[in-house]
Design a protein around this ligand. Structure first.
Ligand SMILES: [Zn+2]
Ligand SMILES: [Zn+2]
Length: 196
């Protein structure tokens, strides 16, 4: 069954197919924290230790059904991940690599409207903690679960590559391979101001 996605105001809506194939992790890196700060959403997006709950899957499983024109894209640096959000209400949506040849999307939990229990049922509990060194409180590293999660993500990437499904990426033009919204790249001083 497809899993629904929506921004807080409901303008942007999407569906995620095969949720059971997604991997789930909480990322404590400074860049994810900076993205939440950029959107003014730290209270909603970050857990008490600065972690962002992410659902990682292959982009071809994600389909926008409404409000795609409200999509915005930013990047913390020239080479940073593309960070997608809903410009209507500043809801963080997802992170993608800059190159669609690497078929990966990390969906930020803010746009998953279902209850925590429904999310756990669809994606499994968030057992993996990434980049715990930059957590703002004590968070245990999860080495074994992390390896299992990374393997699941790599399986998704490889399968999307081999099947050719990586060409169906809702964030990139199919022919151009370019992001459908030009990313706003922060200047170094803008970026510094977002690192806590
Ligand atoms: Zn919205
Ligand atoms: Zn991160």
């Amino acid at each position: 069954m497809d899993f629904p996605l929506r921004c807080h105001c409901g303008t942007v809506q999407a569906t995620l197919a095969e949720p059971q194939r997604a991997a789930r992790a909480v990322c404590y890196c400074r860049d994810c924290q900076a993205f939440a700060r950029f959107l003014g959403q730290t209270a909603r997006t970050l857990n008490p230790y600065g972690g962002t709950d992410i659902v990682a899957t292959s982009p071809h499983r994600l389909r926008f059904t409404r409000g795609v024109e409200a999509l915005r894209c930013m990047s913390l640096s020239e080479k940073g991940l593309l960070r997608w959000y809903a410009g209507c209400c500043n809801t963080p949506l997802a992170n993608t690599p800059r190159d669609p040849a690497l078929p990966y999307v990390g969906i930020v939990h803010d746009c998953l409207p279902e209850s925590a229990a429904a999310r756990d049922a669809a994606f499994g509990p968030a057992r993996i903690a990434l980049n715990t060194a930059s957590a703002t409180g004590p968070v245990a590293a999860t080495r074994f679960a992390t390896v299992a999660g990374v393997l699941k993500i790599m399986r998704n990437v490889l399968a999307a590559r081999l099947s050719g499904k990586y060409r169906d990426n809702p964030f990139f033009g199919r022919d151009s391979g370019r992001p459908i919204v030009a990313p706003d790249v922060l200047t170094p001083s803008q970026r510094r101001s977002l690192y806590g």
